[in-house]
Design a protein around this ligand. Structure first.
Ligand code: V47
Length: 367
């Protein structure tokens, strides 16, 4: 295998990986440009097994998207809608409670809740929503509100990011999901999500959360108009932030789904290929040497490829999910939920050890 990696022109990177040396941005770009996916997978698997052995993690979770009404209307997004659109919706606190009650009998350990940047919902809605969930399920960990939503709450409340985070934690927030990062490059943001919080702003919210003891995830939306260099810059900024705070739990590369999106139509884009998906898993595993976990989100790349990704750098496949909306509005043809037994079987078949985790990667059950 070493010979194969050297034949692919990656011998120097193999030496660095074996020595646990940090990769440079030039290394990152070379990895992205490498056409030998097996060589990339072999390299990424070295790091994956060093950090996580044979473990492949999943979680018993529930997604709640409280509203799709959004003022940002990013060109890559099929979920966000203007307030007056026919498909616009917003859940009342009672609706959120009903969603939680629907699955109250299931051993859910995490509720993942995100929405758009709503122009009118008052600040109290967000703390009330957290409290309502906690009243019904006090034991559940709530991972809610992306850094973009938190920056919005800081603005409408006038409390600043730190003040908002303290309030949200008091109301029941456990950690912050990784959405809204997209691609940090100002060029990409200008072309795809001009009105959204900047990349710097996103990183600042994440680092503030980490300083207050909250953990958060990070993502990158790939497979649209971003360049290899812009991907590497994004990973580099995340790695630098993680050096500062150590607060990121997981990195999740998100595969762009073009259906029903302005960007997809304008650029004539189609879904990323399997090789591109595996490459993003592998390169992020290699570049983000200070992240413990890389998630292959089965909703976006499909359970079949998520299984393969467990040998290309990923050590996590997310969870049961249920009722995923964001990717399905953009044409995902995956299921909207997977049963725990199905996740366990997928992982076992991939030759890994299924480990059910909680949000913070404490082990709940080994299979
Ligand atoms: O920020 C929007 C992305 C994100 C599309 O933290 C799209 O564990 C693909 O971040 N095609 C939200 N992606 C979802 C997200 C997430 C999902 C699962 C787990 C975690 C975690 C985080 O979805 C958005 C945006 O980057 N997105 N539109 C689309 N058309």
């Amino acid at each position: 295998m070493d010979d194969m990696v050297r034949a692919a022109g990656l011998g120097d990177i193999l030496d660095k990986v074996r020595a646990g040396e940090r990769l440079s941005p030039e290394d990152g770009a070379r990895l992205y440009r490498c056409g030998d996916i097996l060589a990339l997978g072999y390299l990424a698997n070295i790091v994956r097994e060093r950090k996580n052995g044979d473990n492949a993690y999943f979680i018993y979770n529930q997604h709640i998207n409280y509203s799709n009404i959004c003022t940002n209307l990013c060109k890559f997004c099929a979920f966000g809608k203007p307030k007056d659109a026919e498909a616009a919706y917003e859940m009342s606190i009672a609706d959120i409670e009903a969603k939680v009650r629907e699955r109250i009998g299931e051993p859910i350990t995490e509720i993942h809740m995100v929405g758009g940047i709503h122009p009118e919902l008052p600040y109290s809605y967000y703390t009330d929503a957290l409290r309502a969930i906690k009243r019904l399920r006090p034991e559940v960990h709530i991972q809610a509100f992306t850094c973009v939503e938190i920056a919005h709450l800081a603005e409408i409340s006038g409390l600043g990011v730190e003040g908002v985070l303290r309030d949200l934690v008091e109301a029941g927030l456990g950690s912050i999901p990784g959405g809204g990062a997209e691609v940090f490059s100002p060029r990409i943001r200008k072309l795809t999500c001009e009105d959204k919080l900047s990349g710097e702003g996103w990183l600042e919210v994440a680092k503030t959360a980490h300083r207050l003891g909250l953990r958060s995830n990070a993502t990158m939306l790939y497979g649209h108009i971003e360049t290899v260099e812009e991907r590497v810059e994004h990973l580099d900024a995340l790695r630098a932030a993680q050096d500062e705070t150590g607060g990121f739990l997981t990195f999740i590369p998100l595969a762009f789904h073009p259906k029903n999106t302005e960007l997809g139509a304008k650029e004539g884009l189609s879904r990323s290929s399997g090789v591109e998906d595996l490459k993003n898993i592998a390169v992020s595993r290699l570049y983000l040497d200070n992240f413990d976990h890389i998630k292959a989100y089965w909703v976006m790349i499909g359970p079949k490829l998520a299984q393969v990704a467990l040998s290309f750098g990923a050590d996590d496949i997310d969870g049961t999910v249920k009722e995923e909306v964001i990717t399905h509005m953009a044409g995902a043809d995956t299921e909207q939920a997977l049963a725990r037994d199905h996740l366990v079987a997928l992982i076992r078949e991939a030759g890994r050890r299924p480990v059910e985790r909680d949000t913070l990667y404490n082990v709940i059950q080994q299979y």
